[in-house]
Design a protein around this ligand. Structure first.
Ligand SMILES: [Zn+2]
Ligand SMILES: [Zn+2]
Length: 341
């Protein structure tokens, strides 16, 4: 199942045997809590995790991959792992309908915030998310969103359902607990769905019907999800930072120590998110900062240039401007170091 999902372009990560949650991190990545001190923990940003870079599966959804070799390794080591689908990395959002018949009722019987319940829908008749989604569809004169057009839908072990949809801009969608409706949630961004075949203590997740393809998010549901705060406006700085990080991830990581790597990442972020009018100067400053590492051999000139070029391109500088700022910045950084040494 993990391999099949990856073939569809969906990024997968393991779930602990019998559980809906990812397996525990390694000791170096397991953040200590008050109840569980961990002397082996090494503090790091998840984005800088060496385990993930080395093909490990720490940090759950953040390690999700479509790489067949990684997938084979993870599931060969533990075939009882379930399969999580990282929504954002897979270009998906997942509508989650819960079936908790003993859940608390919403205040003022507000089952669908901002929506007038259909005539004849008695609030006391709502038993679970199934009734909420049915009411929303009735108000919108729409079929159940996984029915027409059909889309891959998973019946959960708890009696609920997860309907999978494609979106153009997965990084802009995010969960907003309970805002769409009572026992209706959206999994998006760094939350994950559970693939069919996954076995938990509560039972097995199974595909509904025979549809194995994913349809685009229906426009009426997209409107309701936007109305209820599940979609954020694109943030140009954030977008540039993402571009720079994406470019960085395709480069060979600098071979220097963790400190050098952290500085490279910070400088790249600075450049990638610099406001217009300050970009040339910021790139020059970054090049000068990285130049300091070159004389000692902590970073090669080629590595520094590749990272800075990625950042310069990501923030929208032209090739000529990028090259010029990097060249003079690196020269200044190298010389300054040489002068004080
Ligand atoms: Zn780890
Ligand atoms: Zn880690």
């Amino acid at each position: 199942m993990a391999r099949w999902c990856a073939d569809q372009g969906w990024a997968v990560h393991p779930l602990a045997p019998g559980s809906k949650l990812p397996p525990a991190n390694c000791r170096r990545c397991a953040r200590p809590t008050s109840g569980r001190p961990n002397p082996q923990y090494i503090e790091h940003e998840t984005a800088d995790c060496r385990c993930i870079a080395a093909g490990g599966r720490c940090h759950g959804v953040r390690a999700a991959t479509t790489d067949p070799a990684r997938i084979d390794r993870w599931w060969s080591a533990e075939p009882r792992f379930g399969v999580g689908i990282a929504c954002g990395a897979s270009g998906l959002v997942i509508l989650d309908v819960d079936d908790h018949t003993d859940a608390d009722r919403p205040e003022n019987h507000d089952y669908l915030p901002g929506v007038k319940l259909p005539d004849g829908a008695a609030p006391e008749s709502f038993r679970s998310g199934w009734d909420t989604i049915a009411a929303l569809c009735e108000v919108r004169c729409a079929p159940l969103p996984w029915v027409d057009p059909p889309t891959l839908t998973v019946l959960t072990a708890g009696g609920g359902l997860q309907a999978w949809f494609r979106v153009e801009d997965p990084e802009l969608w995010h969960p907003a607990a309970g805002r769409l409706g009572w026992q209706l949630d959206l999994r998006a961004g760094r939350s994950y769905g559970i693939a069919p075949g996954t076995v938990t203590a509560a039972g097995t997740y199974r595909a509904l019907g025979d549809c194995r393809t994913v349809a685009p998010l229906p426009s009426w549901l997209e409107e309701d999800l936007r109305r209820t705060g599940h979609h954020r406006k694109p943030d140009p700085a954030r977008q540039r930072r993402r571009n720079a990080r994406q470019l960085l991830s395709t480069l060979r990581p600098p071979k220097g120590d963790a400190y050098v790597q952290a500085v490279v990442r910070a400088e790249v972020d600075q450049v990638a998110t610099a406001p217009s009018g300050t970009r040339n100067q910021t790139l020059y400053n970054a090049a000068r900062a990285l130049g300091r590492f070159i004389p000692a051999g902590q970073l090669s000139e080629a590595e520094a240039t590749a990272c800075l070029t990625a950042a310069g391109t990501a923030c929208g500088l032209s090739d000529t401007e990028t090259r010029a700022s990097i060249r003079s910045g690196l020269r200044a950084g190298t010389i300054r170091k040489g002068a004080t040494a």
